[in-house]
Design a protein around this ligand. Structure first.
Ligand code: IPE
Ligand code: IPE
Ligand code: MG
Ligand code: MG
Length: 279
């Protein structure tokens, strides 16, 4: 499936040679793990649909994720120099073009969603609304805002969870919701709670990697959270308590995916794979 995602991303993003397109391709086509589109396809399959009907929405979500990384790395945000094993976009094309490339990928994602020909109007509209809400201020943008406002501060657990649910769980939940909607089912609270916990576990792991892994393995700077005095799970709980909380989330997720429909083994295997990642 990952090959299908890579091929479709390449097909969708224009091959025009103006700088804005070149910059967008630089980030979008660099080697991401593609977990969001993979989750979207696996969820559609779980609910009995051909996963390929949701390929374009899955690619649109990856575009939104990529834009969020481009902006996240800008000097006015996390000021990072390395992403997906390569210099960050602004290091190559400058801050202003990186800002525009992010804007373009976000806008283009909604064009791709609107153009999806494999889904009916009703499903498409529900998917567009879901993605807009999850990527917006009630979701990812809201989490990123808390992240910025928390720099250099000691935040409490409630604020940390709100931040992680926004910046990471929201888009992962959108993937599950879009997969379900594409198969003709309104997302269930069970599915949404899997998205929420998967996002928390994912971000806890990301915070742990930043503190304990290496730049070479991660393809992005290790140790940067401490350097920038970011509020993270590790800064709040410490390494071993964060690992324990991650274990609790893993066990809870395991109970939840057992309740998925009988076609859900692919999604469960994917979630397990995501939880065991090393970068
Ligand atoms: C990084 O996301 C940002 C977080 C939400 C932790 P990924 O770990 O999915 O990054 P890529 O897409 O593989 O580069
Ligand atoms: C990135 O979070 C989350 C989004 C871009 C929405 P982080 O800033 O913690 O992730 P990395 O470590 O830069 O990938
Ligand atoms: Mg950040
Ligand atoms: Mg960052």
């Amino acid at each position: 499936m990952i090959e299908k995602i890579e091929a479709r991303l390449r097909e969708l993003i224009p091959s025009r040679d103006e700088t804005i397109f070149e910059a967008a391709r630089y980030s979008l086509l660099s080697p991401g793990k593609r977990i969001r589109p993979l989750l979207t396809l696996a969820t559609a399959a779980t609910f009995g649909a051909d996963p390929l009907v949701v390929l374009d929405p899955a690619c649109a979500i990856e575009m939104i994720h990529t834009y969020s990384l481009i902006h996240d790395d800008l000097p006015c945000m996390d000021n990072d120099d390395l992403r997906r094993g390569k210099p960050t976009l602004h290091k190559i094309y400058g801050d202003a073009m990186a800002l525009l490339a992010g804007d373009y990928l976000l806008t283009f994602a909604f064009e791709v969603l609107a153009n999806t020909s494999s889904l009916g109007w009703e499903q498409k509209l529900q998917i567009i609304k879901t993605v807009a809400i999850r990527a917006g201020a009630p979701g990812m943008i809201g989490g990123q805002a808390i992240d910025l406002e928390s720099e250099g501060k000691e935040i409490d657990e409630e604020t940390l969870l709100q931040m992680h649910c926004g910046k990471t769980s929201a888009l992962l939940t959108a993937c599950l919701e879009c997969g379900s909607l594409a198969a003709g089912y309104p997302p269930t609270p069970l599915l949404q709670s899997i998205g929420l916990e998967l996002g928390l576990a994912y971000q806890f792991q990301d915070d742990l990697f930043n503190a304990t892994s290496t730049t070479a393995l991660l393809g992005k700077p290790a140790g940067s959270d401490v350097a920038k005095r970011k509020a993270t799970a590790v800064s709040l709980f410490g390494i071993s308590a964060t690992e324990e909380k991650l274990q609790v989330l893993r066990r809870s997720l395991c109970k939840k995916w057992e309740q998925l429909p009988k076609n859900g083994s692919e999604l469960a295997a994917l979630i397990q794979f995501i939880l065991q990642r090393k970068s």
